[in-house]
Design a protein around this ligand. Structure first.
Ligand code: VG1
Ligand code: CO
Length: 547
């Protein structure tokens, strides 16, 4: 149908700061609300794509402040750029993994996901925009580089005059040549996870007193959790916490980690702790797994999933391979070695897993930052990870603690923590990181004598599928006792700089596998601080957060 919609071309000045980071463009709301800011970025994305005539796009976000305004703007720009078919989450809401699933299910050309993930929301909080390609995964580095270069020179954007579009009623709406489908992604996503996990077994175990408590942190996963854990599996409503999505996440920090979700950790320490406690982040792609008395390190969680994959119906045939981000501990490597399958080491950021998933080289992947996922979508997936653990507990009849301890006895334990240093002065952070990166072997001379270095380098990734090269992905120091120190600068913040220091200490002796991990890692943390000269350069004598 020929369109009679009115398309306007608006002249504008380019912004110079629209550089996507680890996971899309992330900025303060006040920055995104500047005149033409969102419009120029979205137009830069369209200018960087070769959109076919019949392109379908998926659109939705985590519901944070400014979600709705941004959705309407993106619809108008997409239409002006020739898009005639849009699939949008009801009320503009989609979790990140559900959006990835919709793109794949409908074989869409791509999609926009509006989220700043675990960053705070609200008028003074953060906003974010990710473009995902037709495989459901985040734009690869070559595309984000093109978008950034385009945004620095753009001088106009195209936008359609559209009437108000009601995003609340599901169904198909026609507007001139434009077809808009409003979908309830909870049911689509639920069908997906039902095709992977044994829901009968989990429901029977819950009816038989296996208890799970889930905290949605007022992020996007609340409605998904109510349906999956509540209606399908029978979890009582009072064990599904903070399940109403709020634009400011109730003023909290929607980040599932022990520092930001102390309530679940406290619950896990009480004598009547549920058997599994879990949380997800603002956009639903992260997960925290807590067992009575202890949190599971995301690095161990990946390794345990790999070791037990055959217990899960969707993974009965095992995994072709596994991948972890470089700073993630080597716990998964030990399992892969025993299974005799490859373990790939990729840069931080989920997009680096996608080629490996697409080519069938891996079936499972994870990051230390509370992210785990599989080939079922091309984003990490919080609820999927929690269901994996629930299915494991239900099928094996073992307690989480038993699973964890048996794993450590067999493979050894990698004590693991991340020290985050928030550095207000980005120049100081750059100085520190550049000195580490430019000559790590020279820096290593500062090591104490009893720490035998086996390797020190700045990590360069060679993608085995498309052969692209990504340089400068973190500095790593590996030691003869299988411990490691890794440094990176965060790529998701919206002010200052965060230096991330990742610490790993291996322990093979079962007698020493249940010590206090903060104490075990403290000496390595002190070495890491001295190596990078953190206090002299930044004035910080201790980390801002230990996670
Ligand atoms: C952080 C994590 C990284 C993750 C990224 C996006 O990046 O370290 O592992 O992929 O966030 O996560 P950085 O650059 O700040 O270290 V998110 O949940 O968009 O859910
Ligand atoms: Co997230």
């Amino acid at each position: 149908m020929k369109s009679t919609l009115k398309i306007n071309t608006i002249e504008c000045q380019p912004y110079q700061d629209q550089k996507p980071g680890t996971a899309g463009l992330r900025k303060k709301v006040s920055v995104v609300r500047q005149d033409h800011y969102l419009e120029t970025y979205v137009q830069s994305v369209f200018n960087s794509l070769s959109l076919p005539d019949d392109a379908t796009l998926v659109l939705g976000g985590d519901g944070r402040y400014y979600n709705n305004e941004a959705i309407h703007t993106i619809i108008a720009i997409a239409v002006a750029n020739g898009v005639r078919h849009l699939i949008i989450g009801r009320d503009g809401l989609l979790s990140t993994p559900a959006a990835s699933h919709l793109i794949r299910k409908h074989q869409a050309f791509g999609g926009f996901i509006l989220t700043a993930s675990h960053n705070p929301g609200g008028p003074d909080g953060d906003f974010g925009i990710k473009y995902n390609t037709g495989n459901g995964g985040q734009a690869p580095e070559a595309l984000t580089d093109t978008i950034y270069a385009t945004s620095k020179n753009i001088n106009s954007y195209r936008i359609a005059d559209l009437p108000d579009i009601d995003l609340h009623a599901t169904g198909s709406h026609r507007l001139d040549a434009l077809q808009i489908e409003i979908v309830d992604s909870v049911s689509d996503y639920s069908s997906l996870v039902q095709s992977i996990f044994d829901f009968d077994c989990m429901a029977a175990a819950i009816a038989n007193n296996l208890r799970i408590r889930f905290d949605a942190l007022h992020g996007i996963t609340g409605p998904y959790a109510q349906h999956i854990f509540g209606e399908l599996l029978g979890t009582p409503a009072n064990d599904i916490l903070n399940s109403t999505p709020l634009p400011d996440f109730g003023g909290g920090h929607p980040d599932p980690n022990p520092v930001d979700v102390p309530g679940l950790i406290a619950d896990s320490l009480s004598p009547d702790s549920p058997d599994l406690l879990a949380a997800s982040d603002g956009d639903g792609d992260r997960n925290m797994i807590v067992l009575p008395g202890q949190m599971v390190s995301p690095c161990d969680s990946l390794a345990i999933m790999l070791a037990n994959a055959r217990e899960i119906p969707g993974y009965r045939n095992g995994m072709p391979g596994v991948a972890r981000s470089m700073p993630t501990s080597m716990a998964a490597d030990r399992v892969a070695a025993e299974l005799n399958i490859p373990c790939y080491e990729t840069p931080t950021g989920w997009r680096f897993f996608c080629n490996l998933l697409d080519s069938g080289a891996i079936g499972l992947c994870g990051e230390e930052s509370f992210g785990t996922g599989s080939s079922h979508v091309r984003e990490k997936d919080g609820l999927w990870a929690i269901l994996f653990w629930l299915n494991l507990l239900a099928t094996t009849g073992k307690s989480g603690g038993q699973i964890l301890n048996e794993h450590w006895h067999h493979y050894g334990r990698d004590y693991y923590q991340r020290y985050d240093y928030f550095i207000e002065d980005t120049a100081a952070a750059d100085e520190l990181f550049n000195s580490l990166r430019s000559d790590p072997m020279n820096i290593a001379k500062r090591l104490p004598q009893n720490k035998t270095l086996t390797a020190a380098d700045s990590f360069t990734y060679h993608d085995p599928v498309d052969h692209s090269i990504s340089e400068n992905q973190g500095v790593r120091f590996s030691f003869a006792d299988q411990s490691r120190i890794v440094y990176r600068l965060s790529g998701t913040g919206t002010s200052g700089a965060t230096l991330r220091v990742y610490l790993q200490h291996f322990e093979a002796d079962p007698q020493k596998q249940t010590l206090n991990q903060t104490e075990v890692l403290q000496p390595l943390g002190a070495i890491a601080s001295h190596l990078a000269d953190i206090e002299r350069i930044t004035g910080l004598s201790r980390p801002t957060a230990i996670i």
